[in-house]
Design a protein around this ligand. Sequence first.
Ligand code: PHE
Length: 340
Amino acid sequence: MIETIDKHRRDFDSRIRSTSAHESLAQLRIDFLGKKGCVQTLMKELRQVAPDEKRQRGKLINDFKRYVENQIKDKQAGLGKSAAAKSPASSNATFDATLPGKREIPGTLHPITQVTEEIKSIFMGLGFQVEEGPEIETDYYNFAALNIPKDHPARDMQDTFYVDGDAVLRTHTSPVQIHVMENSAPPLRIIAPGKVYRRDSDVSHTPMFHQIEGLMVDENVSFSHLKGVMKIFLQEIFGADTQVRFRPSFFPFTCPSAEVDIQCVICGGRGCRVCSQTGWVEILGAGMVNPAVFKLVNYDAEKWTGLAFGLGIERIAMLKYGINDIRLFFENDLRFLKQF
Ligand code: PHE
């Protein structure tokens, strides 16, 4: 029996040495470890052996079996490695220096993002901090806390996306004013950029657009501060010789309120289609914070005064770059986007 095992071992050694593929290794496994393989045959023969010799012989067979298993395992690992070494990824033989390279084509920031960043940095230079608020608001924050009564046209079903019961998609960034004042004491200076939603769609309206809200609350803030801040901002964005004009207007949450215009940047004030031949284009809404709003957030309206403003980012980008259709911003046409 010992000789038989030795013979099998020699046979196995010579076969595994010449094995260079996974298939022949699999065959080797069948021949030696399979159901009809030689290890099983040795086990069957063991049954006829006398009990006192069984133990010792069984051990020899088991040792041989383990030897075969380990050898096959090692060989398999070796074959795996050399197969990997031959793969094209790690082989210099397949490197073709004449093939054109893969060029990385960097994207650019979306024009709305670029303009937002520019506006933010102007106001940060004036000491304003950047805040954010939710895009889904309750009726209270979007309207009631801003002194917008139930029958105000801004609440009209045609302008507002009502989500569910009390929830609306915010129609402006002004609710951020309320969140900020609820959470911090005056004095404060904040701007709040973000998406807003109105049920509108044509060359100058999209159902989603971007606004930046501004709020400054302190002692003795006056309308002159509002005029100064607006003028500095608009001349930074559109150029130092930009003419700025204030017109009386109405917003429930500011009093007095104003509409701020700049001289038309397209025609230089001579009159064109963009400014409807008036020479001026409306650029933002602003005003002094209505004391009624201060009362709702528990600010002392006798002590504090504030200025607020809200501007449409798309509108500023359109005038800045001479874009005549707001929908271009959101069509993701690379021929448009690549120009910025
Ligand atoms: N929220 C106003 C709008 O969307 C703009 C505004 C903001 C006006 C702040 C005055 C003060 O039209």
